[in-house]
Every structure is written in structure tokens, then in C-alpha cells.
Write a protein that binds this ligand. Structure first.
Ligand code: ADP
Length: 965
């Protein structure tokens, strides 16, 4: 080989040149690789620092393409602004702006969106007047500009200049384009990153940006360019970019170059399991792989395509993103053979760019998803706010809340129909709808499906949880009833409160489009809100009802107690009934009423009290009394319970009703007045509006009726008592008069008898035999006793008939005591009792009925002697504070406590053998009490059983007669 070389210097020369070329190509490749890596590194290091990245790109460009300076310009309105540079060109410092125009290289590249190349700008005065002027001023010659293309839009340009005339090679142009693409990616990445940052900073502002991003990023175009360049630079025939989908571990075609459209279509629809392919292996191993001559794995889904495209060699490169392998770049050649290291390296850098583009796309999608999510959240938030404001606005009015709920649930969940049914016992009437006609609502209300699996409603109720049906036609259990609204997809959510179903929310689509997870979740939130609203309103209503009930009970109690008071305090039955009636009318919210009393003898009802009755009405009931069984009044008496008419105009006609209707009355209620099982009357109230009286009103009226019955009863009893006492009084007076007369009549003959006895005893009729005088003595004693009894009875009769009176005169109490002593001395002696009298000296003269006072003291001393068997009886008298204090003390049996006040009543005697043995009438103390009280004094007894008794009197020294009546 060496000899051959030496013998052929030209060939050797050629070989050396080729070797040198190869060498330089090699070096170039290495350098390209290095710079590409540098750029990628810069991008991955700092997505946000776009300037840094652009500077790296500018530097790399300068290094790879031999130029004096590189300038990267970015569009800013109508200008191109210098944003990065490398090399000497002090005339345009960073930040300088030049207007976009076709008169200079970069301007034209931007406008025409093509690479613009000029061999000698200084000579191009015609084509690029502005550029040429600059060139002559600053000395540059060969100039090249590539637009920074983002899809179809140029966002800037990269410009390179040489100070000599040396045109750029095709490869250099391509390189510049690659750098331009990288610049676009860098700019986009930075922008995306910034946008992501911005979104994170201010979530609510996200909606707008998402749209902006979508308009500035075109992944497809970027990938297309990359794959096209890769194919071209690697000298292959076609390229494919596959994206790896981690969730199902498949590869899906992202972009191609050089492949027939029909094939593209075929591959695009495929979800290729990554494991079965070489791409899968590349992703796993994270390094490039090549097959110099294809020997596809059997069963590979790509085999057919490979064969169809005449594939012979393949180079597969991994696409890396920040989170691992994103896919593969597959380059295919129809000619077998190995890919050089340089090619592998170069294409890897394209693969990396694709990776970045994909990453950008992922970022973009993320941003979009986030934006969607956020705008959704914003919408929900707005909806929730609106709902809350509706709820707070109509705190206790459920309807607007439910209406809003139905509408919002439908809107946010993209349902055609929404309806809320609220549970009422066993049925679920429709309470709010969206998207339904009244006819449809009526139809829905006309039948009540049960808990079953045949309808969305039934199934939701049955299972008590959210039910989502993607397509009712695909569900055999659904019956036709469900299809009435044209239901295809639906969500049913039970409205739950404290574990029980209070209603149901249904969202319906008339197309078989399933609801999303988010929407199902959202509908549950709405259902919760509805449940809360319903519960709140129910609670409120309950509280209202309770409060109302309480207020009513309180006023009922008040009314009843005031009626009770009236019944108790007034015996004037008319007044009482009027009072009851007025209260009854107020409490029953009735304009007027009447109380009737049943006349047993005539068997009809008579008006007893009326409230707000006009003359005509009063006249009507007077003229034509209500009979048993007739109208509500007679009716309630027969049925012995309340009878009412909700609408008089609909009632069986009755003359009285006609009068009522004329007076504007529309409804009537009557309750019977029942006393001891007997109907004694009726209480009736009337209203001027149609409607039934509530059960509690009826019950209340019944209690008013009972009060009325009691009042009537009281009145009757009172009347009876009055009659009886009048009768009694009369009888008593007659008796007293009779007794007084009789006593008087008895006294006269008795006095005559005693007179004759005395005459006979004194011997007026001559001396009498011994036997005779003994009999006369007994006649005299018994006669005196009888006279005493007659006097006592006469006194009582006088007291009772109010004829008892005192005859007041001056007296000395000492005289009273002495005359009593004289009269009782012998009695005491007979019983061997000591009789003492202790009268204080100098007692003032008294004013009183001396004879009656003597009678009192005689009675007391007489009793003392009578009941005392041993010991003494002592009478004492003194004057204290204008009173005589008189006491009669004995050593007798004493008087039991319970009798001490009662012995002063007529005929009361201590009920024991002793008293019975001693005899007596039980009238003495009663008369004594009467006499003392007539004097303005008082009498009482103190006693110790077995020790004796002391009767005490307190008697005004100067009495003024008091009336006992
Ligand atoms: P009479 O003595 O005629 O029965 P009174 O009115 O004088 O009627 O007395 C009523 C009753 O009071 C007597 O029956 C007797 O039971 C009781 N009583 C009165 N004085 C005494 C007394 N000094 N000691 C005990 N009991 C007495």
C-alpha cells in the first residue's frame, strides 16, 4: 500500500488531501458536537436566562463558521433588536434597534422568512441600499442571515458577517439554520418558563396566557424541521419521531420526514407497545442504537412498514427530556451500512433538540392543562360565589337557590337538562329545573318512580350514592320511561342530610357523551349545596313553626286564663260568656261568633251571647231558633263534636246560611257546650274567608266551649244557691219569730205559775201539809229552770232574728261580781268548792248592759262550778287600758284544744261523757260571746286538760253598742 502510494505521487497527494479533508471534517464534527452540547447544556441549565443561551449560540456559531461577527436579533414591534452577539462589531451595541425592512439582510430574512445570502454586501447598493451603506461604512463583505422561524412567523434573525468576500458553504448555511432553530427553542423555552412562573405567581391571570402560548408554539413545525434536517445531514432517506407514552407504555408517531402520506396515516393511528420495538430498547438503555442491515425482530409492529419503505439500515436515537426519555428519533436508510460516529453524534444533537421541543410541548400542554383547570376553577369559583350570594340573598326562600343550583349545575357540567326533586314523604316532586318545558315538568310530576334500577332516579335513590350512566341505551336495565326526556347520559346525585335522602339532583345529556370525573365530582358539590339549602330552609321553617306555635300557645294560655278569671270572678253569666266569645273569636282569627244555649223544654237553641253580629243576623236567629241537627250549631250538638263548613256557598242550603253569606261570611265552625255528658249549648265562630279551621283552632275553641259550659253551670248553681238561701233565710226568720213569740207566750203562764207557787210557799193560802211544801219547792226549782231555758231560747231567737239589743247604762263591775257570787255561792258550797272573787279596788264605773253582763258572768261561773268536781272557782276583775279584764278560773277537767273556739258556737258541747252527765243546752257561751261582742269586747278560753280552764274577757269600760249584723 505504501509503495503504491509512493509510486503515484498524484494519488498520494490526493490521498493526503482526502486525509486532511477527512481530518478536518472529523475535527469539524467534533467541534459541532461540542458546541451543540454546550448549547443544550446552556438551555437545560437555565431555561429562564434566554440572553445567556443566545450568547452561547452566537459564540458557537462564530466558532463553527469562520466569521468576524455574529448577531442575534429579535423582533420587537417594527424593529429588530440586537439581543446577543459575538465578535467585533462595535457599531451596533446590544440593545440597538433597527427598523425591519427589505433594504438590509436581516430585515429581508425576517420579511421573506428565508435565508438571505450575499457574497459581497458592499456591491449590493441596489438590492440592499441600507445594508450596502453599512457594509461600506464598517467594512464587512460576505453576509448571511437566517430567520428565527416559529411556525410561519419570523421572530428574529441570526446574522453573520465576514470582512472578506468568501461565500458560505451549503453546510455552513445549514448549520446557521440549525442554530436559528435552537435560538427559537431557547426563546420559546424561556418564554414558556416565564409564563409558567407567571402563572404560578398569579393563578387567576392564567386564562389569557394559555391562549397566547398556543398561538406562539407549533410543536409540529419545530419537529418537522428537526426531523427534516436530521435526515438531510445524516444522509438517510426518512426519519420518524416517536413519542413515548409512559401511562400505557406505547410509542406513537409524532412527526416524519420522507414517508408516504398513506404510511404516515397508518402509523399515526398506532399505539405501538414499546417493549416489542428497538425504540423501546433505546429508551430503556438511554443510548443510540443502529442496525447496519435490518434484521427486524420478528413480531415487531414496524416490520411491515420497514419492509414497505425498503429499509436497510436504521439509526435510533433517544429523545431526552428533563424527566427521562420522551421518545426516539428513528432515521432509516435504504442502503445498508454502518452509521459513522460523527453522524451518530450529529443526529443525537438533533434528537436532543427534538427532546427539547417535546419538552416544550409538554410544558406547553401542562400550561394549557393548568390554564384549563384554572379557568375551570375560576368558573366554578364564580359559580360558587354566585350561588353563595343567591343563598345569602334569599336566606329563607329556597326556590331561587334551587333554581340557580339547577342552572349552574347544568352549565358547568355541560348538561342539557338539570332537575332537582325534593322529597316529601314517599314522593319526590320536581322543585327546580333547567332546560325543561312546563309540560315536561308536569309529566315528570305525574308519575313517581320507585327505587329500582330501571331509571336514573330510581337507581340513585336505591343506591343512595352518585350514579353516572354514560349511555342509557347501552344499559339493558333502563326502561323506556327514562327515555321520555331523550336521556342518553346522566348523573344522579342523592341530596343527603344527616344520612337520609332529602332529594335528588339529576343532570342529563341528550347525547351519549359521558360526564367527566370533574363534572361528576362537581355535581356532588352542587347536590351538597342543594341538600344544605333544603335542610336550612326546613330548619328555618321548623323554627318559624315552633315560634309561631309557641306564640300561639302563650296567647291561648293568656286568653284561657283571662277567661278562667272571668268565669271565676264574675257570676254575671252574660258578661262571662261575652268575654269567652270575644277571646274565642280573636284566637280563632274569626270575625265574629255566638254562644247559644239549648232550651231543653223547647228543644232549640237560643242566642245567649253574640260578637260582631249584625241586626239582621240577630233577628234571623231570634225569629227562627235553631233546632237539634240543624246547621253547624244543631249539628255539633247531635254529633257531640265540632262541625265546620269550609265554604258556605258549597254547603247544603239553609236559611241561616243565606243570611250569613249575605253578611259576607264564608266559613263556620261550631263546637258543642257539654256539661256532665249533656249538651247544654254551642259556641260558633265565623270567618269571612273560605277555608277549614286548623285542628289546633278547633281544639282551642273546644276548651273555650268547656269554659262556657262551666260558666253556665256556675251561673245555674249560683242561681240555685241564691234561691235556696233566700228560702232558708225566710224559713229561719219565721222560725226565730215563732220561737220568740212562743217563748214570750210560754213565759207569761210560767211567771203566773211561779207567782202562785211563791204565794203558796209563803202561806198566803194557809199552812200546807209537809208533803205539799216539798212538792212546791220542786215545782219552784223546775219552774225556774224552765224559765231559764225559755229565756235562753228567747235570747237565741232574738239574736237570730236580729232583734237582740243592749240597754246601756252606768254600772259598777263590782256589783256584777257580787250579784253573781250571791247567786252561785250555795251551788259551790253544795259541791264543796271554794268560790273566790278578786275585784281590784277603785274600778271605774262602766257603761254597758249590766243585766246582760251579769248573765254572762253567771254563765261562766255556773259552767265552772258545774264542770269542776274538786278545788276552786276564782273570779277576778281589773281595769287595764280602758278595759275590764275579767277571768273565771276553775280546777276542772279542762277543754281539749280542738273545742276551745267551737264551744262559743250555738249548741256546741265538748263531746264527752262528763258534759253529757252535766247536761246543758250548749247555748250559754254563744249568747255570752254575742253579748260581749255587742259591748265591743272579746271572750276566749285558755285551758290545760286535767288542770282546769280560764275564761277571759276583755270588755271596754265604756261600751258603745255595736251591731252584730
Ligand atoms: P252548756 O254548759 O249549757 O252545755 P255552754 O255554752 O255554757 O253550754 O257550754 C258549752 C260547753 O262548753 C259545755 O257543754 C262544756 O262542754 C264546755 N264547757 C263550758 N265551760 C266549761 C268549763 N268551765 N270546764 C269544762 N268545760 C266547759
Amino acid at each position: 500500500m505504501a509503495g503504491h502510494t509512493s509510486t503515484n505521487p498524484a494519488a498520494a497527494q490526493d490521498l493526503i488531501r482526502k486525509g486532511e479533508e477527512l481530518e478536518s471534517e472529523h475535527a469539524q464534527s467534533r467541534q459541532q458536537q461540542a458546541t451543540a452540547n454546550e448549547i443544550l447544556h446552556a438551555i437545560s441549565r437555565s431555561r429562564a436566562d434566554v440572553t445567556g443561551i443566545l450568547e452561547t449560540i452566537a459564540r458557537s456559531t462564530a466558532k463553527l463558521i469562520d466569521v468576524r461577527d455574529v448577531e442575534i436579533l429579535q423582533c420587537e414591534g417594527d424593529n429588530l433588536k440586537s439581543v446577543a452577539r459575538d465578535g467585533a462589531a462595535p457599531q451596533w451595541p446590544l440593545g440597538t434597534s433597527r427598523p425591519i425592512g427589505r433594504d438590509w439582510i436581516a430585515g429581508r430574512a425576517v420579511i421573506d422568512r428565508v435565508v438571505v445570502e450575499v457574497a459581497d454586501l458592499q456591491a449590493e447598493q441596489k438590492e440592499f441600499p441600507r445594508g450596502a451603506a453599512f457594509a461600506r461604512e464598517f467594512g464587512h463583505r460576505s453576509t448571511l442571515a437566517a430567520p428565527l422561524l416559529q411556525g410561519d412567523v419570523a421572530i428574529g434573525a441570526i446574522l453573520i458577517r465576514r470582512m472578506v468576500v468568501r461565500p458560505f458553504s451549503e453546510r455552513q448555511i445549514e448549520l446557521l439554520q440549525a442554530f436559528a432553530d435552537q435560538a427559537v427553542i431557547a426563546i420559546n423555552t424561556a418564554r414558556l418558563f416565564e409564563e409558567v412562573q407567571a402563572r404560578n405567581r398569579d393563578l387567576t391571570a392564567l386564562g389569557e396566557v394559555g391562549r397566547a402560548v398556543s398561538s406562539t408554539l407549533d410543536l409540529k413545525a419545530v419537529l418537522k424541521t428537526i426531523v427534516a434536517r436530521a435526515v438531510k445531514l445524516s444522509g438517510t432517506d426518512l426519519g420518524l419521531i416517536f413519542r413515548y407514552h409512559a401511562q400505557d407504555r406505547t410509542l406513537r408517531l409524532e412527526e416524519t420526514w420522507g414517508l408516504e402520506d398513506t404510511l404516515v396515516e397508518r402509523i399515526r393511528g398506532m399505539h405501538i407497545p414499546a417493549e416489542a420495538t428497538s425504540s423501546g430498547e433505546v429508551i430503556k438503555r438511554r443510548e443510540p442504537m443502529q442496525l447496519a442491515d435490518v434484521d427486524m425482530k420478528p413480531g415487531s409492529p414496524l416490520r411491515d412498514i420497514a419492509v414497505a419503505t425498503g429499509l436497510r439500515a436504521v439509526l435510533i436515537l433517544p429523545l431526552f427530556g428533563s424527566k427521562g426519555a420522551l421518545g426516539t428519533l428513528v432515521l432509516q436508510r435504504n442502503r445498508p451500512g454502518e452509521f459513522s460516529k460523527a453522524v451518530v453524534n450529529l443526529t443525537q444533537s438533533f434528537a436532543d433538540q427534538s427532546g427539547i421541543a417535546l419538552e416544550n410541548a409538554r410544558l406547553f400542554e401542562e400550561v394549557q392543562a393548568r390554564t384549563r383547570e384554572l379557568s375551570e376553577t375560576l368558573r366554578y369559583q364564580t359559580a360558587a360565589n354566585e350561588l353563595l350570594s343567591v343563598i345569602s340573598r334569599s336566606k329563607f326562600d329556597l326556590q331561587p337557590v334551587l333554581d340557580t343550583l339547577a342552572r349552574m349545575a347544568a352549565e358547568l357540567c355541560e348538561a342539557d337538562i338539570a332537575l332537582i326533586r325534593r322529597r316529601e314523604g314517599e314522593v319526590y316532586p320536581v322543585v327546580a329545573t333547567f332546560g325543561l318545558t312546563q309540560e315536561q315538568i308536569d309529566h315528570l310530576n305525574s308519575y313517581n318512580p320507585g327505587p329500582d334500577r330501571a331509571s336514573l332516579f330510581g337507581r340513585t335513590i336505591l343506591e343512595g350514592r352518585t350514579i353516572h350512566v354514560a349511555d342509557v341505551l347501552a344499559d339493558a336495565e333502563f326502561n323506556n320511561a327514562t327515555r321520555f326526556l331523550g336521556v342518553r347520559a346522566g348523573i344522579g346525585v342523592p341530596l343527603l342530610r344527616e344520612g337520609s335522602v332529602v332529594g335528588i339532583l339529576m343532570l342529563i345529556r341528550t347525547t351519549p357523551r359521558p360526564f367527566s370525573e370533574r363534572q361528576i365530582e362537581l355535581s356532588t358539590t352542587f347536590a351538597d349545596q342543594a341538600g344544605i339549602a333544603i335542610q336550612n330552609v326546613r330548619l328555618f321553617e321548623e323554627v318559624q313553626a315552633r315560634t309561631h306555635e309557641l306564640a300561639r300557645t302563650v296567647s291561648e294560655l293568656k286568653a284561657l286564663s283571662s277567661v278562667g278569671q272571668a268565669v271565676g270572678s264574675s257570676l254575671e253569666v252574660k258578661v262571662v260568656l261575652q268575654r269567652i266569645l270575644e277571646h274565642a273569636c280573636t284566637m280563632a282569627d274569626a270575625g265574629g261568633g255566638a254562644i247559644y244555649v239549648f232550651n231543653q223544654a223547647r228543644a232549640w237553641f237560643e242566642l245567649q251571647a253574640g260578637h260582631n253580629m249584625n241586626e239582621e243576623l240577630i233577628e234571623a236567629v231570634r225569629q227562627r231558633p235553631i233546632h237539634l241537627g240543624e246547621s253547624v250549631v244543631g249539628g255539633c250538638a247531635v254529633r257531640r263534636e265540632a262541625v265546620q263548613i269550609a265554604d258556605l256557598t258549597q254547603a247544603t242550603p239553609h236559611p241561616l246560611y243565606a243570611t250569613h253569606i249575605k253578611a259576607g261570611v264564608r266559613s263556620l265552625l261550631a263546637v258543642p257546650l257539654i256539661l256532665q255528658g249533656e249538651v247544654i249549648g254551642a259556641l260558633a265562630v265565623r270567618r269571612t274567608h273560605v277555608g277549614t279551621f286548623a285542628p289546633e283552632t278547633v281544639a282551642l275553641l273546644q276548651s273555650f266551649a268547656n269554659q262556657s259550659a262551666i260558666a253556665l253551670q256556675n251561673a245555674r248553681l249560683y242561681r240555685k244557691i241564691e234561691e235556696k238561701s233566700r228560702e232558708l233565710e225566710l224559713a229561719s226568720r219565721h222560725k226565730s219569730q215563732f220561737v220568740a213569740a212562743m217563748s214570750h207566750e210560754l213565759r207569761t203562764p210560767l211567771a203566773a205559775i211561779l207567782g202562785y207557787v211563791e204565794l203558796m210557799e209563803e202561806g198566803f193560802y194557809g199552812s200546807l201539809p209537809e208533803k205539799c211544801t216539798g212538792a212546791l219547792t220542786r215545782i219552784h226549782a223546775n219552774g225556774n229552770h224552765l224559765l231559764g231555758l225559755i229565756n235562753t231560747v228567747l235570747d237565741i231567737a232574738k239574736i237570730e232574728s236580729g232583734q237582740f239589743s243592749l240597754s246601756l247604762s252606768e254600772y259598777a263591775f263590782k256589783t256584777v261580781v257580787e250579784s253573781v257570787r250571791a247567786a252561785t255561792e250555795s251551788l259551790a258550797q253544795n259541791k264543796k268548792l271554794a268560790l273566790k272573787t278578786e275585784v281590784a279596788d277603785g274600778l271605774p264605773m262602766g257603761m254597758g248592759d249590766e243585766q246582760r253582763l251579769t248573765q254572762v258572768l253567771l254563765n261562766l261561773v255556773g259552767n265552772a262550778i258545774k264542770f269542776t268536781d274538786a278545788g276552786e272557782v276564782c273570779v277576778s276583775a281589773k281595769a287595764i287600758n280602758g278595759h275590764f279584764a275579767v277571768s273565771v278560773t276553775d280546777t276542772g277537767p279542762g277543754i281539749p284544744e280542738e273545742h276551745r273556739s267551737r264551744i262559743f258556737e250555738q249548741f256546741h258541747q265538748v263531746d264527752n261523757a262528763n258534759t253529757k252527765r252535766k247536761g246543758g243546752t250548749g247555748l250559754g257561751l254563744a249568747i255570752a260571746k254575742q253579748i260581749i261582742e255587742l259591748h265591743g269586747g272579746r271572750i276566749w278560753v285558755e285551758s290545760t286538760l286535767g288542770r282546769g280552764s280560764t275564761f277571759q274577757m276583755e270588755l271596754p269600760v265604756r261600751a258603745q253598742e255595736k251591731s252584730t249584723q
